[in-house]
Design a protein around this ligand. Sequence first.
Ligand SMILES: [Zn+2]
Length: 190
Amino acid sequence: MKLHGVRVVVLAVAAIALLAGCFAPPPDGWSTVITCPVTGPVRFTNDWHAPRAGGQLHEGNDIFAPRGTWNVAAVDGHTRLSQGERQGNGLWLTGNDGTQYFYAHFDDYWGGARDVVAGELIGFTGNTGDAQFTETHTHFEIHPNGGPAVNPYPTLVASCTNRVASSASSTVPSGQGFPGAAGAAVPTPR
Ligand SMILES: [Zn+2]
């Protein structure tokens, strides 16, 4: 009886959420136009949901660049510094539209928590936290409306691989031209 009651409550909550449409995850291929979070030449693959230690799935994409490469705000918003064993020197950027961007493994920060504009320097590529034995990179996540993470790959492809034309294509259909987790690195123009 008790279990049944719980189930009814869960179903009711799910139904309300569906009606409200507020918990519906963004579809595959969801993307937004941002300023590429790492400046200069970068390398990344579609390593979203690649297996990680402890049965975890990779909740972002790793953007590889030399140590000390400038990392910049992807959008206008405000930043919050966040440090931990896994993330090392991490940073949350909350965009003015409520979408959140998470950066991890900074070698160091540039300045503290503050309001920022897109393209503003916020930190430097490194390998702090659980990346300490890996090549230097920025772990990057996108959380639309502050909700669960979505695959940032389409956004990074649109924003980092063709910076000049980054606004020309804000939506990359899923399943078209995305290498898998073991796919080739995406070349960058510079
Ligand atoms: Zn990562």
